[in-house]
Unconditional design. Sequence first.
Length: 326
Amino acid sequence: MAQYKRRLRKGFRWYYKVSYNGRVHFSKCIYLSKVEAKKAEAELLSELEDQERHPNRDMTIQLFDLMNERLDYIKANNSEKHYSESQRYLKAFYRYIGNIVVQDITKADINRFLVGVATAQKQKKDKKGKPIKTTNYPVNALLRVIKALFYYAIETYELNMRNPCKGIDFYPIEKRMKYIPRDEELTALLLLCDEEQKFLVEFLLGTGARIGEAIALKGEDVGDDYVVLYTRKSQGGNRIPRKVPKPDCLGGKTFQADERVFSRWVDKPRFLKRKVKKLKGHIWGWHSLRHRYASLLSKEGKPLFEIMKLLGHSNLSTTQIYLQLL
């Protein structure tokens, strides 16, 4: 590792000579001073060391191969629903962009794709040719899936690239206040349910559980005066437990430790939507029961922090969204 001076027609110029891993590297004789040559030599050494630490950084990856690898990862670590949705969104992106090198995909490419999807959403019509009111939720879901794909590639293969989704804003959506069913609506609903369906609805009313948490409940999660619910804060994250008071609907019922409490269903039950439509009133879903539970706790005077813990939220701002006047 040294710098040398050489006389040229245009005057003295400097160059460096460095040996790294048995290979000698020379620079062109272009530097005006020894200091410049030394600085350039240090930059080369840093680059060579970086390449040795990250041998995959300069590799090229085709989009098709990356997508399949990412989907395999999601299938092994996430729910079937998350896998099928990711597969659908990535296929749409692949049809638009083609099987090109991942490093060649630009922010402009992704922006054009999202604009096309958003425009198509607004142009949707029903069978009679009337415009269908749509939202930007599918567009934002696409952006999340594509962004996660690139972060996966960068982290897994240590690619020397910037995520092309960075800086792309989510599309605006119209947020509406969640409808909370009234007592008489719930009474009418329960009359339409069989015993198992009624049991599930009453459990959600009494615990504020997410529907997925209820379906996953096992006998070992039911205590004398409490129920343990498990949820994931993020897709693929760890299951985090929380305790809630045992609801009245579980009184007198016993289960084996590994027995599922709601064994009739393995995925989100669909009966609620059909029965709510029969009532010919407001349309609401499973999550409305969770909002009702939170609002009732607030009406009873429960502290906001306690409500947050019972709902399994990470911050108070999320809990405040749930609280409404009944």
